[in-house]
Each structure stands twice: as structure tokens, then as C-alpha cells.
Design a protein around this ligand. Sequence first.
Ligand code: PNS
Length: 160
Amino acid sequence: MTRIALYPGSFDPPTRGHEDLIRRSLALCDHLIVAVAINSSKQPLFTVEERLDLLRRTVGVDGRVTFETFDGLLVDFARARGATMVVRGLRAVSDFDYEFQMALMNRQLNQNVETVFLVPAVDLTYLSSSLVREVARYGGDVSSIVHPDVEAALVRRFAR
Ligand code: PNS
């Protein structure tokens, strides 16, 4: 049986932390779908198409990983793709409340999907897309925490 996992998120933009989680997830599944949420309640810096492109560049070619967007409930997307696992990263205690609530709500909605929490590499635990956006907005150096193509996209976006 093929174990299909979903790694959902906003990825605005993708960071080295996301990349780390993707590589760790591959030890637990046969196929990983990195799923960019089309979330109307957030005002994103990059469009979903731009985020998909930046994710592909960050991860590179790996036959076990595909990239998609999804709208609506995560559990419905999981059902549609035959995924039985949702991967989320836990960086600090501050992530826990939200992640715990989301995992329990998703289980309530779909008993067949299990949420698995992975801990990123210790030197990436402080990282978040919102911090990357903030540092890049004010011209800070993000070269060690995002892929060079993401860095270039940030520079272009904030040069306007
Ligand atoms: O990277 P993020 O912003 O923390 O990701 C949050 C995300 C996209 C995984 C979450 O908001 C989500 O699953 N959205 C889809 C809508 C949904 O299913 N909401 C109910 C979750 S309990």
C-alpha cells in the first residue's frame, strides 16, 4: 500500500525550515504532497502560483514529492488524494495550542487522517515565513534561511 502524506501550509514564502520538514517527511511516507492553501483570510506576499514555483525550486526534483494548491477543508483534500497522514512542524511551545486544536478538529472531521508532528533541525527552529518577510522587507540578509531563488524573489518584491 502506498502511504500518501500531505504537508499543508501557506509557504509565504517557503523557507529552509519547510525544506527540512519535507525531507524529514519522506522517511515516513512513499509520496508527499506539499499543499499550498488558497486562504482568502490572509493577504499573502506571493500568489499561490509564485509560492508553488518557489517551493519547487527550493526542494528540487524528487519523484516522491508533488506540489499542489487546495481550497476548502484540508481533510476534504486529503480524502480526495487518498492521503492518510498530515505532516506539520512543531518549532516551539508557542506552536502547540494552534496545532493541537487543528489536529483534533481535523480528526473530528475525518477519522482516517492522522496528524504527525515533526521537529525541524535545531538551527531552524526560530524560523518562520512571517519573520523572513519582515527581515527581507527591511533589507536584512535572509540568504542562509531561504533558497537563493526565494531570496531573489523577496528582493524583487520589496524593491517596488
Ligand atoms: O502555514 P500555515 O498558515 O500555518 O498553514 C495553515 C493551514 C493552511 C494548514 C490551515 O489553515 C488549513 O488547513 N487550512 C485549510 C482550511 C481548513 O481545513 N481549516 C480547518 C483546520 S482545523
